[in-house]
Write a protein that binds this ligand. Structure first.
Ligand SMILES: [Zn+2]
Length: 60
C-alpha cells in the first residue's frame, strides 16, 4: 500500500481545505409579495416572474 512519506502539516492541510467551504444560496426579494426567492426563478409563494403570473396560484 502506498504510504505518504511525510506527515501533512497543519498549514498544508488548511491550504487544501481553503476551497472546501460552502456558499449559501443567493437570495433576493420578490417585488410582488416581498417573500425571499431565488434569483432568475419564479416566486414560490405567489407564482410570479417579472410581474406576471407564470404558475397557477395554489392558494384559493
Ligand atoms: Zn412573490
Amino acid at each position: 500500500m502506498a504510504v505518504p512519506k511525510k506527515k501533512t502539516s497543519k498549514s498544508r492541510k488548511n491550504m487544501r481545505r481553503a476551497h472546501d467551504f460552502l456558499t449559501p444560496p443567493a437570495a433576493s426579494v420578490c417585488p410582488q409579495c416581498k417573500a425571499p426567492k431565488l434569483p432568475h426563478r419564479a416566486c414560490a409563494s405567489c407564482g410570479t416572474y417579472k410581474g406576471k403570473e407564470v404558475i397557477k396560484s395554489e392558494e384559493i
